[in-house]
Design a protein around this ligand. Sequence first.
Ligand code: NAD
Ligand code: AHE
Ligand code: ZN
Length: 368
Amino acid sequence: KASITIKCKAAVAWGPAQPLSIEEVEVAPPGKGEVRVKILATGVCHTDAYTLSGKDPEGVLWPIILGHEGGGIVESIGEDVTTVQPGDHVIPLYIPECRTCKFCKSGKTNLCSIVRATQGRGLMPDQTTRFTCKGQKVYHYMGCSTFCQYTVLPEISISKINSNAPLDKVCLLGCGITTGYGAAVNTADVQPNSTVAVFGCGGVGLSVIQGAVARNARQIFAVDTNPKKFEFAKKLGATDFINPTDYEKPIQQVLVEMTDGGLDYTFDCTGNTGVMRAALEACHKGWGQSIIIGVAGAGEEISTRPFQLVTGRVWKGSAFGGVKGRSELPGIVENYLNKKLEVDMYVTHEFKIEEINKAFEAMHEGDW
Ligand code: NAD
Ligand code: AHE
Ligand code: ZN
């Protein structure tokens, strides 16, 4: 089985800022240390839209198959694969976990870097691709390419999960929910009785709220320019709701005045560099921490007065919530199955692969 090339459907991006095109593609067999996965469900993340727009400074080569928030079943395995077998339910990882590189061995970070260079160039670790369309090579995206009915990943880039978990829900743990939740519980390490402000209440920000609630934060501000987001934020446990457009003053000043000097923790979940600054400056002098989760476009930079840091505020960033995918994601799936983590509420629309551009439209409208 592992030696057969599969023909299936994929949503191919032929160039920047163009709609995705449904094509028949060939998916080559998994090579040594690789696994071929039948993708049954995928989310669309803002990072897919960001790369498709052409704003990703890393650039991409076209054509490419985007998507990095998927759930699937192992179809076949290549030579030397030992940790998964056909039939296993898995979530693809855009941050792998090799357990051998300097980063993995440091115990300080989830940013496994063993395949990062080739992954960033849309290639498998052996510098080739497994996809072709109309005789042309098609590039991989973030090591995942979940907008295809079958994809090939390095063994270190998949997390084996409980097969009782519905893949059309837990696929969202492949990026957005884990990212926000992990940023609160791992990166910020939110402490009980603390105060939190979450800037941007999309899938990521709502999950920061869940993480802050899990850590028994006392006050959780949901900050969004779209008040429709507050309904979900409230359901998940936010206590205060702030629409920056309702105020004349800069939002950091509003928050500092409302909180006796600022927040213990703030999170940027927008990707807007002005919001990142506001989030940092809304932190309490002496100890407030601000976590950047949002991804900003090419050429954009953050700034603040160094005095903000001199006086004890801390600026940090978080990728995939600091979560080590193979070791920790299966436990997060268990938390969902044990009803400790909300996931179902995040599934607001479902589309067939042929309708994937509608999924992007729904995401851009933010109207859910
Ligand atoms: P989203 O678009 O669903 O949510 C963003 C929210 O921000 C929206 O509700 C929007 O109304 C709000 N917003 C926009 N401008 C605002 C402003 N000026 N003030 C307050 N709120 C504002 O996006 P998402 O899927 O939740 O992702 C958020 C960001 O995180 C994106 O930049 C995405 O690329 C990034 N991301 C990063 C990681 C990571 O590992 N670091 C993982 C996933 C996503
Ligand atoms: N190519 C972009 C990097 C974007 C980025 O920061 N990606 C996050 C994940 S976003 C998921 O929706 C990440 O994990 N970063 C760590 C890494 O190694 O890319 C750019 O700006 O160059
Ligand atoms: Zn994502």
